[in-house]
Design a protein around this ligand. Structure first.
Ligand code: GAP
Length: 442
């Protein structure tokens, strides 16, 4: 059963604590576009950095790239997005609703009582029309068809058109990969579920170029690596599963495709796709650009167009997954404690420094410890209200460690460190504190 009340609580917590805000809220908001607040920007940045580190820094065979959002319009003809990146839509002339023709059974009409579109006597549905999901704009001073450019709907194409540049500049050899994190834009017809499906989002995509024939072996390797990455983020493995694309689901470019799905309160949904794209992409760019994109394998003296294995995850979608997976409510001493049990490495704030009281020199001692820890990691200082309340505020922000400064700090040069999940407390020497925290939050 879908539990949408949990989503409502998460959306409300995200606003209250500064994870995610509705875009342009003071003007009534703009549809399915979201802004990340002080805690949200840290959480998403930590997720992106973890992804980048695991691919670009920890491997020898992957290079990074940051291609521009605006590209030559022919890129989108070659990729198939101009002709094929479309949803069939029907409009209702009565209620002015617009619905995906292939998802009418899941849609709700705008009339009251709400029914499936087409089921009211008054419904007047048009024939399905194709609706392109790319945002169009104009480059230069003229707003005419010659100046049309698109906001990229995926980051992948920036990698394909740069494949030879990166190969030559980095002196890599096939098999090798290119990783990129960046914004993508889609004029989604059915956005929703908070930051799950939005019109502006970030992708973390890696394209791995391989010799034809070795593609399925690499595809299986990448499936394993990517699933493990999500588990290492601390996601509950019981809430992760594979979905294999059947023959009717496969995208035009794919030889094989699997989605990693997570069980959200609104059901099992894709968070990352792993695709064996064959030579579709380089083949098309070779054809449309007229430039040879073959790889020359010096060792074996052979030429071929590499096949591509793609791993494509949404940074916002993984952020939502981490938030949903981390959210829990517990009864503690007759009160409900809300906890975001993030993996410490992605937690936006790693530690909070809380003096038991401000007087007797505790405030000054806490301030000195705070300055010290803050140099090493994102740290928060809070000296207002009862200590229990301060702990709760930090639990709700997902802060793994609270450092309490008390009278013993002054005499024994040590602090109490309270663990977010177990609520257990350890006594740690002030001199060892930063190293102790570093070890547990990396
Ligand atoms: N280059 C392949 C590609 O873009 P996709 O399945 O359309 O494939 C890959 O997108 C990932 O991007 C998805 O698994 C999802 O995490 C994310 N994504 C796609 N559309 C999105 C949207 N409208 N809002 C948020 N994330 C989205």
């Amino acid at each position: 059963m879908a539990d949408t009340s949990v989503m409502d609580k998460i959306v409300s917590l995200c606003k209250r604590r500064g994870f995610v805000f509705q875009s342009s809220e003071i003007y009534g908001g703009v549809g399915s576009v979201w802004d990340y607040g002080p805690l949200g920007v840290e959480l998403k940045k930590n997720i992106k950095e973890r992804w980048w580190k695991s691919l670009v820094y920890q491997r020898d065979d992957i290079e990074g790239l940051d291609a521009a959002i605006l590209m030559h319009p022919k890129v989108w003809e070659a990729s198939g997005h101009v002709a094929g990146f479309t949803d069939p839509m029907v409009d209702c002339k009565t209620c002015k609703g617009r619905f995906r023709a292939d998802k009418l059974v899941d849609a709700k009409c705008l009339q009251k009582p709400s029914k499936q579109p087409g089921q009211h006597d008054a419904c007047q549905l048009t024939e399905p029309r194709l609706f392109n999901l790319m945002f169009k704009t104009f480059m230069g001073p003229m707003e005419d068809s010659a100046a049309v450019v698109y906001l990229r709907p995926e980051t992948a194409q920036g990698i394909y058109v740069n494949y030879q540049n990166v190969l030559t500049a980095s002196r890599q050899r096939v098999p090798f990969g290119i990783a990129q994190i960046g914004k993508a834009f889609r004029n989604e017809i059915t956005p929703g579920n908070f930051i799950f499906r939005t019109r502006e989002f970030e992708q973390m995509e890696m394209q791995f170029f391989v010799k034809p024939g070795s593609d399925m072996e690499w595809f299986e390797q990448w499936r394993e690596i990517r699933m493990q990455w999500h588990k290492d983020l601390g996601l509950n493995p019981a809430k992760l599963q594979w979905h294999q694309h059947g023959p009717t689901e496969l995208a035009h470019y794919a030889r094989a495709a699997y989605d990693i799905e997570y069980e959200f309160p609104f059901g099992w949904q894709e968070i990352e796709g792993i695709h064996n794209r064959g030579d579709f992409d380089l083949g098309r760019h070779q054809e449309y650009s007229g430039k040879k994109l073959e790889y020359y394998d010096q060792l074996n003296n052979e030429r071929y167009l590499p096949y591509i294995v793609e791993t494509s995850a949404g940074a916002d979608r993984v952020t939502l997954t981490v938030l949903v997976d981390a959210y829990r409510e517990e009864e503690v001493e007759g009160e409900t404690r809300v906890v975001l049990g993030f993996h410490p490495a992605v937690a936006p704030i790693k530690a909070a420094v809380l003096p038991l009281m401000k007087k007797d020199g505790l405030g000054e001692a806490a301030d000195a410890i705070y300055r010290d820890v803050k140099k090493a990691m994102p740290t928060f200082y809070d000296d207002s209200g009862a200590i229990g309340r301060r702990y709760r505020r930090m639990d709700e922000a997902g802060t793994p460690f609270c450092i309490t400064v008390d009278h013993d700090t002054l005499t024994a040069d040590s602090v109490t460190v309270r663990h977010r999940d177990s609520m257990q407390q350890d006594r740690i020497g002030t001199a060892q504190l930063v190293a102790w925290l570093r070890e547990r939050t990396a």
